[in-house]
Design a protein around this ligand. Structure first.
Ligand code: OAD
Length: 259
């Protein structure tokens, strides 16, 4: 890919970088996105029956089974070149804040630390009634089974049903995480928005906050959309290809990537 030469230079010069990721960053690991036509989860499943507190009250086995199916997919997957490149980028800039909307742990498995998970995590379920954390057993992944109903485990404290540790529609984002994410966006020099459709609020405000605060914003997406309100670069393509290339261009790195 040919980059506008100002971009690698800006990345080299940046003191505070934010990387903001969505489902697209994990797509090349085989994790489905939400809104891609045909393959997106919300084109195949009804969010109202799976991703709201009422859905869990109505049919906990359906909801728990669906999220366990996704967790098993995740356990069987590996970080891709985009996750590795982001972890590598943190070694090259003075400060990098990684904000993700993803509920997977692929950034952490690629070596990123202190990841701000705006929408929670599949790995941290908790009691629906009393909020007590629930520890998942360290078991090997089972064969992912779409549509399998599964009774949720019970809370060891109050006996309530354990729910997935993700943010559902109609729920608030975790306040400390959101505050830290918004502050990082407002104080960065450059923000890379990677693999997100930018339609779910309040997360979708993050690139705009950076732009309005004077930062440059880079969009990495096969179908990128610029906000058109500031200094933006649009890099059409797969995150696992574009990000390693950008790192090579900016820092003369060897082939970015992990194992
Ligand atoms: P979406 O499914 O809405 O968008 C995924 C984006 O990734 C699209 O813009 C794709 O074009 C892009 N994409 C696909 N493959 C890619 C690749 N290899 N490299 C780069 N980009 C790629 O997912 P999100 O924007 O993450 O919320 O969705 C936001 C939220 O909506 C999710 O966190 C989830 C969902 O409902 C909750 O679970 C609360």
């Amino acid at each position: 890919m040919k980059f506008d030469q100002a971009l690698p230079a800006q990345l080299r010069a940046a003191q505070r970088v934010v990387v903001f990721t969505g489902a697209g960053v994990s797509a090349e690991s085989g994790i489905p996105t939400f809104r891609d036509a045909l393959t997106g989860l919300w084109s195949r499943f009804d969010a109202a029956r799976l991703a709201t507190p009422d859905a869990f009250i109505d049919d906990p086995e359906l909801v728990w089974g669906w999220y366990e199916w996704r967790r098993m997919q995740l356990l069987a997957s590996q970080p891709n070149l985009a996750h590795w490149a982001i972890a590598q980028l943190a070694q090259h800039v003075p400060k990098l804040t990684l904000i993700t909307q993803n509920v997977d742990d692929l950034h952490e498995r690629a070596g990123s630390t202190k990841v701000l998970h705006l929408h929670g995590s599949l790995q941290q379920p908790r009691c629906f009634d009393c909020n007590e954390d629930y520890s998942l057993p360290d078991a090997a992944p089972q064969e992912p089974a779409e549509g399998r109903r599964l009774a949720p485990p019970r809370c060891s404290l109050c006996g309530g049903a354990v729910r997935p540790g993700v943010v559902w529609f109609g729920e608030s984002l975790p306040v400390p995480v959101m505050d830290a994410a918004f502050a990082a966006a407002a104080n960065c020099d450059l923000l890379l928005s990677v693999g997100t459709s930018g339609v779910v609020h309040p997360a979708a405000q993050i690139p705009e906050i950076a732009l309005r605060s004077g930062a440059g914003v880079v969009h990495v997406n096969p179908e990128p959309k610029a906000l058109g309100i500031g200094r933006e670069w649009v890099l059409p393509g797969l995150a696992g290809q574009v990000l390693p290339e950008l790192l090579r261009e900016a820092f003369n790195t060897a082939k970015a990537g992990g194992k």
